[in-house]
Design a protein around this ligand. Structure first.
Ligand code: ATP
Ligand code: MG
Length: 435
């Protein structure tokens, strides 16, 4: 016997229905993706699709060499031409690269994009933390105003509302900018150094390389120390303070509730001013309870050799969202409208053709391609939860008439075989044949 080959650790198969085990059924994924496309298009965001692989330098320069992502989580390899490539660990850098490469600024002053797709990070896995995971994200390029930050947060709020996710809290912060952050940085380093011994090993290293990331550490001991750390908001310069106040005021204007949390620093180096996270209250996710976050990155475009364009964006973790909505997963897939069964061998082709024709006409139709007895077909019909069955045999073929049998019980409906679709629709709750 040949040896079985397994999928790559930390990379999941997403399967329909209940086949996928711990992962949410693919229908839940589709449901959220559909909702996102719908909500984002209401806000005027167009979809972009960038490659899964980029020049490694793109992430080193944008995400930052000292971040966990670039420092230890990236899938980097050399292609046959000797180039260093990386599987994308996030979506902002590729979007910005594309924006610069296509000279988008010359074509429009304000650009709104979203993306949906897999990201790759070599992480320690657990529930809600994988090595291939999916993000839904959006970027708005060209506006420095608080209204743009708030528009993006509003978009997330509306998406979460549309998919029915409750108990998510918006945490808001500002990281200041080049004018005010250095002074804060110094104060923070001084404070953390005086507690160096109590920090976890990672944070002792971060203290040297990327001290702000200590604020974001999930280790309990570090969190205790961070609680008493200097507060970035007390160090903001006047323009940053004004921007932050404007963001808060506009959130109020829209009636969006939030909490100010000076520990929201985000994982990437390029953030300036506004940062935010949406945190779910769900015990199963533990430290993986942040469903998404984002922030402003006014300096990134220039740093990547592009024009000086202010920008803000967010990314949501689709895996985590699907886990939070998993319980309801099944409800996102509609059962078949109709199961067409074959009563006798001579009717097999006619039934097969009828099923095909009804699909042409927009019905969702099941047909058992394995053939088999009428009894075994009816068992299958039960399993698929089809709303109606129609048995096709010699009598039906000769009369041109059949019976639509409601699977949930009730009187059969006599139909002409040429008008099955109409009859199913007329008998339905208005869903048959749509979507
Ligand atoms: P965390 O602090 O949980 O590690 P992060 O700051 O690394 O998150 P971001 O880079 O901001 O995450 O990505 C945005 C969202 O993408 C996260 O809030 C999360 O929902 C999701 N995400 C990030 N990494 C993973 C992963 N390895 N597996 C599943 N989802 C992830
Ligand atoms: Mg992370």
């Amino acid at each position: 016997m040949s040896q079985k080959i397994s999928g790559v650790k930390g990379m999941n198969d997403l399967l329909p229905g209940e086949l996928g085990g711990d992962m949410a059924p693919v229908e839940t994924w589709q449901f959220i993706e559909r909702a996102a496309r719908e909500v984002f298009s209401r806000f005027g965001y167009g979809e972009i699709r960038t490659p899964m692989v980029e020049d490694t330098a793109l992430f080193v320069r944008s995400v930052g060499e000292e971040t966990d992502i670039v420092g230890k989580e990236m899938y980097t390899f050399e292609d046959k031409g000797g180039r260093s490539l990386s599987l994308r660990p996030e979506g902002t850098a590729p979007a910005v690269r594309a924006y610069i490469e296509h000279s988008v600024l010359n074509q429009e002053p304000l650009t709104r994009w979203y993306y949906v797709g897999p990201m790759f990070r070599y992480e320690r896995m657990k529930t809600g933390r994988y090595r291939q995971f999916f993000q839904i994200g959006a970027e708005a390029l060209g506006s420095k105003e608080a209204a743009q930050d708030v528009e993006l947060m509003d978009m997330v709020v509306q998406l979460l509302e549309q998919v029915g996710l409750k108990d998510v809290s918006l945490n808001l912060n500002s990281l200041g900018d080049d004018a005010c952050r250095p002074a804060y940085h110094q104060k923070l380093v001084d404070y953390l150094k005086s507690h160096r011994e109590q920090l976890c090993e990672d944070c002792q290293r971060r203290l040297e390389t990327n001290p702000m990331r200590v604020l974001d550490c999930k280790n309990e001991k570090c969190q205790a120390i961070v609680k008493a750390a200097p507060n970035i908001l007390e160090f903001l310069c006047e323009p940053c303070k004004a921007h932050f106040a404007d963001v808060r005021r506009k959130l109020d204007v829209l009636g969006i509730r939030y909490v100010v949390n000076p520990q929201i620093v985000r994982g990437l180096d390029y953030y300036t001013r506004t940062t935010f996270e949406f945190i779910a209250a769900h015990p199963a996710l533990g430290t993986a309870s942040t469903v998404g976050g984002g922030g402003r990155y006014d300096k990134l475009l220039k740093a990547l050799g592009g024009p000086d364009v202010p920008a803000v964006g967010f990314a949501l973790g689709l895996d985590r969202l699907t886990l939070l909505l998993k319980e309801g997963g099944q409800k996102y897939s509609a059962p078949p409208d109709l199961f067409v069964a074959v009563a006798d061998e001579g009717s097999a082709d006619a039934a097969f053709a009828l099923a095909s024709k009804l699909r042409h006409e927009g019905l969702k139709v099941e047909f058992d391609t394995r053939g088999g007895s009428l009894k075994s077909q009816m068992k299958r019909a039960d399993k698929t939860k089809a709303r109606f069955t129609l048995v096709l045999g010699q009598a039906e073929r000769e009369s041109g008439k059949g019976q639509l049998k409601p699977m949930a019980g009730g009187e059969p409906i006599a139909v002409s075989l040429s008008e099955v679709a109409q009859a199913v629709r007329a008998a339905g709750q208005g869903t048959a044949g749509q979507g």
